[in-house]
Design a protein around this ligand. Structure first.
Ligand code: FMN
Length: 197
């Protein structure tokens, strides 16, 4: 199967980050759909095919303990009580609005055959595959790097080994009109230089 050049560029151009407040609240992504997103992740490139991506999917009743843990971490922080309250309410609401919160993890190759930064790039490719495939399924989401990303306590909650890195969260939900959202970009000539001899 091959997309036309027009279809392919249009699909890439119209991918958008979709935030929980705009998810369709009347529906949730199914476990099968989430597995299909992970299938898309599976085909990302990685140097020496190390496949360093790992995901922990919090969905259904699994969301509650995650949010509880995030709130406990907030309470243990030095933040003022009003801030803790405000952020806790936001975390709870985002989880209610989402079908799943997926922890994005770089699982370092034990033999360290490639530099760490290459492994992180490969994980980002996997996340982009998820994002591109999500809207084919009527889903949407965004990559969040808040909520105690890679904090020691969060690392241990997620079961990370010393060399692994927690790279954030993919908030996933049902979203049918994601492709109508517009966000600007630089023009090609603003970020690319051609040296043609
Ligand atoms: C590595 C990474 C981290 C991000 N972290 C956040 C975040 O913490 N909070 C947020 O609102 N958006 C976050 N985003 C989403 C960006 O804000 C978003 O991609 C950008 O605004 C462009 O919008 P678009 O994805 O719809 O094109 C992140 C995106 C990436 C790739």
């Amino acid at each position: 199967m091959k997309l036309t050049a027009k279809e392919s560029i249009a699909w890439i151009q119209s991918r958008r980050s979709i935030y929980p407040k705009t998810f369709d609240k009347s529906e949730k992504a199914s476990k099968e759909q989430i597995v299909e997103l992970l299938e898309a992740a599976r085909w990302a490139p990685s140097h020496k095919i190390t496949q360093p991506w790992r995901f922990v999917v919090f969905a259904d009743k699994g969301l509650e303990p995650l949010v509880k843990f995030q709130i406990e971490m907030l309470q243990m922080s030095n933040a003022a009580s009003e801030i803790v309250e405000m952020k806790s309410a936001k975390l709870k609401l985002k989880a209610e609005q989402s079908s799943a919160i997926i922890a994005i993890i770089m699982n370092r190759d034990e033999l360290k055959r490639v530099p760490e930064w290459e492994e992180m790039c490969a994980v980002a490719c996997a996340v982009q595959n998820i994002a591109l495939h999500a809207s084919s399924l009527g889903l949407g989401g965004y990559w969040s790097t808040g909520s105690f990303t890679n904090h020691d306590k969060m690392r241990s909650y997620l079961g990370l080994k010393e060399q692994d890195v927690h790279l954030g969260w993919y908030y996933l939900g049902v979203s049918k009109n994601d492709r109508e959202v517009k966000r600007s970009r630089l023009e090609v000539e603003d970020f690319a230089e051609f040296r043609l001899g």
